[in-house]
Design a protein around this ligand. Structure first.
Ligand SMILES: [Mg+2]
Length: 247
């Protein structure tokens, strides 16, 4: 089989999932099954960090603190990975956008490696992939791994696995390196300014937006932006780049 020249890195929340109306469906699903006190804390925390994001942008430390504060809340109420997985596996909000599976299958048929690079949690990502029958199509997941106790309660995390907006490029290159793929052959798909570093080159990064306003917001960070509900324009953009560069 021909060695692949390209690889593709995907953001998850809002990119592979639909935005309703915006943001992070996967995290909302998990927050919603937490005890009331934890749910309130998670929502307040999100408001706080979204405000920072709007006013001055999140630094790497902000993103890490956001995650760590969430971890304190989850461990404080004895939340388990199984509860989160169960919620994701059973929520239609965790459905992939239409056309995602077809796109992944096509990339696989071309032997193109696929990674999910998410400012999110690896077990939640695995549950999403399982729900949408995508597990066998994804070669690598980059997302934080929890440490749990003997009752599956979340108690800590593996620090070296943290993915946040500022290091998405690092993990993208790491993935390419694993496959011996040049960094200028990394294609990236995201949906927010949190994906401004996903992949390697801006012109090889596509953004999915839900309206003109969001498109304008994303434009400075992406080589191309499409307003779409289903994944077909992304699929086509990827194929165009793959075909162009493999001749
Ligand atoms: Mg996203």
């Amino acid at each position: 089989m021909k060695k692949p020249q390209h690889c593709v890195v995907f953001d998850l929340d809002g990119t592979l999932t639909r935005k309703r109306p915006k943001g992070a469906p996967l995290f909302n699903i998990v927050d919603d099954v937490m005890p009331e006190v934890a749910k309130k804390a998670m929502y307040a925390m999100r408001e706080k960090y979204e405000e920072i994001e709007k006013t001055r942008g999140l630094t790497a430390n902000d993103s890490i603190n956001w995650f760590l504060e969430g971890l304190v809340v989850m461990s404080g109420v004895g939340f388990t990975v199984k509860e989160a997985e169960h919620a994701i596996l059973n929520s239609s909000s965790a459905d992939a956008r239409e056309g995602v599976k077809k796109c992944f299958q096509h990339l696989k048929s071309l032997s193109i490696p696929i990674a999910v690079v998410s400012f999110g949690v690896a077990p939640f990502i695995r549950a999403f992939l399982k729900r949408n029958d995508l597990t066998s199509l994804v070669d690598r997941i980059y997302g934080v791994e929890f440490i749990t106790d003997h009752n599956d309660r979340i108690v800590d995390h593996h620090g070296h696995t943290i993915v946040h907006p500022e290091n998405k490029d690092f993990w993208s290159r790491q993935f390419a390196d694993e496959w011996g793929i040049a960094h200028d052959k990394i294609l990236a798909v995201g949906d927010s300014t949190g994906d401004r570093r996903l992949g390697h080159h801006k012109h090889l990064r596509i953004g999915v937006a839900h309206d003109e306003q969001e498109k304008a917001h994303l434009q400075p960070h992406m080589g191309h932006v499409v307003i779409t509900y289903d994944f077909t324009p992304v699929h086509n953009w990827l194929l165009t780049h793959i075909n162009q560069q493999e001749e």
